[in-house]
Design a protein around this ligand. Structure first.
Ligand code: SF4
Length: 365
């Protein structure tokens, strides 16, 4: 079914909308002193099993810098009773060596909803930290760098959603989780790229407003009979891939497998052997074990899957997300020591946004 209509931002991209508080958790729980961060035999021995996991993607010359942070973070995590959630786009030393749970936005939202830990450190971008806070209003949610934004989240405001509702009265609003709490609060239900088609069809409507990713909306529209009203938001990482570059990979090696994320433009998806969310892409490679594969998504994910599957050759068209890359081991350590930056969401907005997120989480697959 083609897209019914597409609307666009009428405002310049907004600055990251995350609110962080004055250090209330730090006042209550205290700031801890900085541990020694020396590379020595003890640190090497204590972290050797972790380096084993990433030795195919992190050169041994870099490990003496990472290892003292890895050791300190893992010990502080226990001391603080904290849990670290890391997105698939985090770098290998974070994803494999300090994270308690890894995954795509849906998997991280589910873990955030389930965790018993009192402190959640979100290694991802600010909409993910906000989602964790929305689901855990009484817990401390930390993001190691609150400037970690997202071009999709910045493309739309709550006011934009209210205007669309006025224009299309009675049409339900499905919002990708890559949005601010304010936008989620104006929505009927959230979705991720893992479950977007299922969520759209679950509403039983002949028409839905699907926000804010235009290319994901086009992908969904191609899979369903529901008419889609879309928004012109784009991921600044996935919109850079081109069909030409993928054709060149195929010309060089006709047996290569190309798998792509649905935030890519339609002509890029047309060149792919498989399209799916980051979690579905990882499952596809685990199940198929192709000889050579191009993962058309953020570059760090190929490193993370390569660490797990050394027999697969990953060809990396390396587009990095500058927001995801703001999260580093030194910032995670600082965050656990100082309990900063603590995420705050206005309780009224959080209550409305929670309905939309929980409705998605509880939808049976
Ligand atoms: S990869 Fe794209 S969608 Fe994901 S956080 Fe970065 S800008 Fe946003």
């Amino acid at each position: 079914m083609p897209i019914l209509d597409t609307f666009g931002p009428t405002h310049p991209a907004a600055a990251p909308q995350l609110s962080t508080s004055s250090p209330s958790a730090a006042r209550k729980l205290g700031v801890l002193p900085r541990p020694a961060l020396d590379w020595n035999d003890e640190v090497a021995g204590d972290t050797a099993h972790l380096y084993e996991r990433i030795k195919t993607v992190v050169p041994s010359i870099e490990w003496p810098f990472f290892a003292p942070y890895v050791k300190a973070i893992n010990s502080l995590k226990q001391q603080r009773g904290a849990v670290i959630l890391a997105h698939n786009y985090q770098t290998p030393e974070i994803y494999n060596c300090v994270a308690d749970f890894v995954g795509d936005s849906l998997q991280l939202a589910r873990e955030a909803a389930k965790t018993k830990a009192e402190i959640i450190v979100q290694c991802g971008v600010h909409f993910m930290a906000e989602t964790a806070k929305i689901l855990n209003p009484d817990k401390v949610v930390l993001i190691p760098d609150s400037r970690a934004g997202c071009s999709l989240a910045s493309s739309i405001t709550g006011e934009d959603v209210r205007l669309l509702r006025e224009r299309f009265p009675g049409v339900p609003v499905v919002t990708y989780v890559n949005t601010s709490a304010e936008v989620k609060a104006e929505s009927d239900i959230c979705c991720t790229s893992s479950n977007a088609v299922q969520i759209v069809e679950s509403l039983g409507a002949d028409k839905v407003i699907f926000l804010p990713d235009e290319y994901l909306a086009r992908y969904v529209a191609a899979q369903t009979d529901v008419k889609i009203i879309a928004w012109k938001g784009h991921c600044e990482v996935h919109e850079r891939f081109t069909a030409d570059e993928l054709r060149r990979y195929r010309d060089d090696d006709p047996s290569i497998q190309i798998i792509a994320h649905p935030e890519c433009p339609p002509e890029v998806l047309a060149e792919a052997d498989f399209t799916g969310s980051t979690a579905h892409m990882i499952d596809w490679v685990r199940g198929r074990r192709p000889r050579r594969v191009v993962m058309v998504t953020e570059c760090s994910m190929a490193d993370n899957v390569q660490a797990e599957l050394p027999d697969v050759e990953f060809v990396r068209p390396c587009n990095l997300c500058p927001h995801m890359k703001r999260i580093t081991l030194p910032k995670i350590l600082d965050s656990l020591l100082s309990l900063q930056e603590e995420v705050v969401v206005d309780p009224l907005i959080a209550k409305k946004a929670r309905r939309a997120v929980e409705r998605m989480i509880h939808l049976k697959s």
